[in-house]
Ligand binder design. Structure first.
Ligand code: PAF
Length: 282
């Protein structure tokens, strides 16, 4: 695996690979890698991609400074995992390399409705930062296929929209299902920050999503939503949202609607740690 810290060098290297008929598969990350990230790398590799992963803790997407400062960093272990997974290139840039003129100088993008709901409403500026960094990364790496995890479903939709805005119709977006721990907790870098008692409770988010799914036949979403919210509060969480939406466009639904593909999404804090999860309803 070759490690690059500079955008220009990586760009030159990848251009040669493309001239030699290789397809670039790209997995952007913020590090603290877990099996979910690694499954994306393995998937790209298995699809015959020349596989590029980036690790960059992007300051502009953190609306909470403390969350940024406390975000787990484990670069040595990450490199080891990427090597084992068959990753070809790791891009490990500095903040200056990604924002050469400063973070204020970078172009921002308007995601409209998508930025006003759920994560957008609860984390002001978050998707602006995601748009800035992903557009910069796409410009450097110029991938044929971009691999993302479903756990950040709204982010996947924002990036899909960004691809449209940037006019990159040939860029293929692959969204892979969320990997879970044995008790159902969605894998996430932030899970590392959970204390043992918090970790023991954390799978409640998944249980809520499953109960929303189970009660869809003839059910009333408002009732299940309240049950979940009350349960989360009773167990010491601070819920931010328990939502149901059209999976195609994230238009929020006030009740189950079997005429559209549905997704249920949840965000709650336990102590200082903010967890999110979602499942597609069947
Ligand atoms: O999902 C993430 O880890 C980040 O939001 C991303 C897409 C790498 C952009 O910084």
């Amino acid at each position: 695996m070759v490690i690059f810290k500079e955008a220009a060098q990586l760009g030159d290297f990848l251009r040669h690979k493309v001239e030699n008929n290789l397809n670039i598969g790209f997995i952007p990350t913020m590090g603290a890698l877990h099996s979910g990230h690694i499954s994306l790398v393995k998937n790209a590799h298995a699809q015959g991609m020349f596989t590029v992963c980036s690790i960059f803790l992007n300051p502009t997407q953190f609306n909470d400074k403390k969350d940024y400062e406390q975000y787990p960093v484990s670069t040595d272990a990450d490199i080891e995992m990427l090597l084992q997974a068959g990753c070809d290139v790791l891009f490990l840039p500095s903040v200056e390399e990604m924002y050469p003129g400063g973070t204020d100088k970078m172009k921002t993008y308007d995601f409209g409705y998508l930025d006003t709901i759920l994560e957008g409403a609860n984390r002001p500026g978050h998707f602006k930062g995601v748009g800035q960094i992903v557009s910069r990364l796409l410009d450097i790496v110029k991938p044929h296929t971009l691999y993302l995890g479903q756990k950040d479903y709204q982010q996947c939709m924002v990036i899909k929209k960004l691809i449209e805005i940037l006019g990159l119709p040939s860029l293929n977006l692959v969204i892979s299902p969320t990997l879970r721990e044995q008790d159902g907790l969605a894998m996430s870098s932030r899970n590392r920050r959970l204390t043992e008692p918090q970790r023991a409770l954390a799978a409640l988010l998944y249980q809520c999503l499953v109960s929303i799914q189970t009660k869809q036949a003839g059910g009333n979403f408002a009732i299940v939503q309240k049950e979940c919210t009350d349960l989360l509060i009773a167990k010491g969480f601070t819920p931010e949202y328990v939502a149901l939406a059209d999976a195609n466009n994230l238009q929020l639904l006030s009740n189950y609607d079997n005429s559209v593909p549905m997704i249920t999404l949840i965000a709650a804090k336990i102590g200082e740690i903010r967890l999110i999860d979602n499942i597609l309803l069947q």
